[in-house]
Ligand binder design. Structure first.
Ligand SMILES: CC(C)[C@H](C(=O)O)[C@@H](O)C(=O)O
Ligand code: SF4
Length: 472
């Protein structure tokens, strides 16, 4: 039997049909739905007079447009001020009721960002194909799933047929060897990877993250890394199953129970790349050399260790890079060769599907405890990824740590990760953000995003500028 990669196994286990031109039909086990990319899909079903092919494979929750302000939130959908946002969330509610799709609605404590909610509920399980009309679906690959984002017409296709037309990607292995230093987290690992391979480095590949650093990493950390596989150009990021993966799902509401649990675990344990499996590309990185990272520009690959100075234009690899750096400097209002630690912050955002899980909030709170947000920082906010993360954090008293330091403690949603709700940057403002995208206007028109880990964002909030959290 030929040795297979994890990706090959997941692919082969779901392949329904392959055509001569290489296009394939794969079976989809789970579809997650949110309010932004599902309305036309449901509309398409209605027009064609179709029903979902396998209703219980779908699950929905509103996340992008929901207000995170406590007072606004008490009014439910009616509390959403922006009309388009309100209609989207209402439409998701209506469609779920009409078709019978289970929805964690705005009042449900299980509501949250789809990529936080899926694993938390055990709706995402090892070995599944998971899709969502959302590019950060790669997050679920942390559980050895074949998970990727799809477009709205594909959302409709999956609703109607439970299948998807796909072409197989090539296999890439990114190994981060050795051990991370203290204060260096999963977010720093993935930013360092993107800094090295670039935002096109993974194009055409399904990336498996391997090596000691990922074996040592928590499931939350693995999700953070896979979440940003898309920012490295790949649609898919994965980590092989180990004991941690299996333990994560024990007792989760939608995870298999009793006899089915043992059978599932037996299958899950096969979800690793075989010895000698062929990878089309292998990249090795020394984990010990990774420092806390800060993005300085308008692409995740414009990223540096916190100890660095911003690049001189003369060091650009070519004219294309020089131009993009020049433009980024202009947009970000920064000067070449200035130290990263000289970047001052107007706002701090701890949240998003990259870093809003309990471990992220604990890491931020550990830095913040007993300290206060700098007077020069206009707003610092913590937005838990789901109602259950919020509840857990409150049970641990983390909310009190945040509030005592001057942070706002918000309701779950995508929030300031993207300017689709009331949480936005003003033009020219610099934000230390634990999210995953930093292109122009991402967090609000003219807003300037710096991608960092929760611990680095927390330290920046206290200091008012970036600081090396390892010595803070
Ligand atoms: C709105 C949605 C389609 C989008 C995505 O696909 O990723 C959003 O979640 C994002 O992060 O930009
Ligand atoms: S938190 Fe941000 S990246 Fe994640 S799904 Fe929401 S908008 Fe997209």
């Amino acid at each position: 039997m030929t040795a297979k990669t994890l990706y090959d196994k997941l692919w082969d286990d779901h392949l329904v049909k392959q055509r001569d031109d290489g296009s394939c039909l794969i079976y989809i086990d789970r579809q997650l739905l949110h309010e932004v990319t599902s309305p036309q899909a449901f509309e398409g079903l209605k027009l064609a007079g179709r029903q979902p092919w396998r209703l219980d494979a779908n699950i929905a929750t509103p996340d992008h447009n929901v207000p995170t302000d406590k007072e606004e939130r008490t009014h439910g959908i009616a509390g959403i001020k922006d009309e388009t946002s309100r209609i989207q969330v209402q439409t998701l509610d209506d469609n779920c009721k009409e078709f019978g799709v289970v929805e964690f609605d705005i009042f449900d404590e299980r509501q949250g960002i789809v990529h936080v909610v899926g694993p938390e509920q055990g709706l995402t399980l090892p070995g599944m194909t998971v899709v969502c009309g959302d590019s950060h679906t790669a997050t679920h690959g942390a559980f050895a799933c074949l998970a990727h984002g799809i477009g709205t017409s594909e959302v409709e296709h999956v609703l109607a047929t439970q299948c998807l037309v796909q072409k197989k990607s090539k296999n890439m292995l990114i190994r981060v060897n050795g051990q991370l230093g203290a204060g260096v987290t999963a977010k720093d690992v993935v930013l360092a990877i993107i800094g090295k391979i670039g935002t096109a480095g993974g194009t055409g590949y399904a990336i498996e993250f391997g090596g000691q650093v990922f074996r040592d990493m928590s499931m939350e950390g693995r999700m953070t890394v896979c979440n940003m596989a898309i920012e490295a150009g790949a649609r898919v990021g994965m980590v092989a199953v180990d004991e941690k993966t299996i333990e994560y799902f024990r007792g989760k509401p939608f995870a298999p129970k009793a006899d089915q649990w043992d059978a599932a675990v037996a299958y899950w344990q096969t979800l690793v790349s075989d010895d000698g499996a062929h990878f089309d590309a292998i990249i090795d990185i020394d984990g010990a050399a990774i420092e806390p990272q800060v993005s300085w520009g308008t692409s995740p690959e414009m990223v540096l260790p916190v100890t660095a100075t911003l690049p001189a234009l003369a060091t650009a690899a070519d004219a294309v890079q020089r131009n993009s750096w020049e433009r980024a400097y202009q947009y970000m209002g920064l000067t070449p060769e200035a130290p990263v630690t000289a970047i001052k912050l107007d706002r701090v955002f701890i949240g998003s599907c990259t870093n809003s899980r309990i471990e992220d909030l604990r890491a931020a709170a550990a830095v913040i405890k007993g300290r206060s947000v700098a007077a020069s920082v206009k707003q610092a906010m913590v937005v838990p990824g789901s109602g259950l993360v919020k509840k857990q954090a409150e049970a641990e008293g983390l909310d009190k740590v945040f509030v005592a330091a001057g942070f706002e403690w918000r309701e779950p949603g995508c929030s300031m990760c993207l300017a689709m709700n009331a949480d936005k940057l003003m033009s020219g403002e610099h934000c230390a953000s634990t999210s995953n995208r930093n292109f122009e206007g991402r967090q609000g028109n003219g807003g300037r995003t710096h991608l960092v880990s929760p611990a680095m964002a927390a330290a920046a909030a206290i200091a008012g500028h970036f600081v090396d959290v390892r010595h803070f």
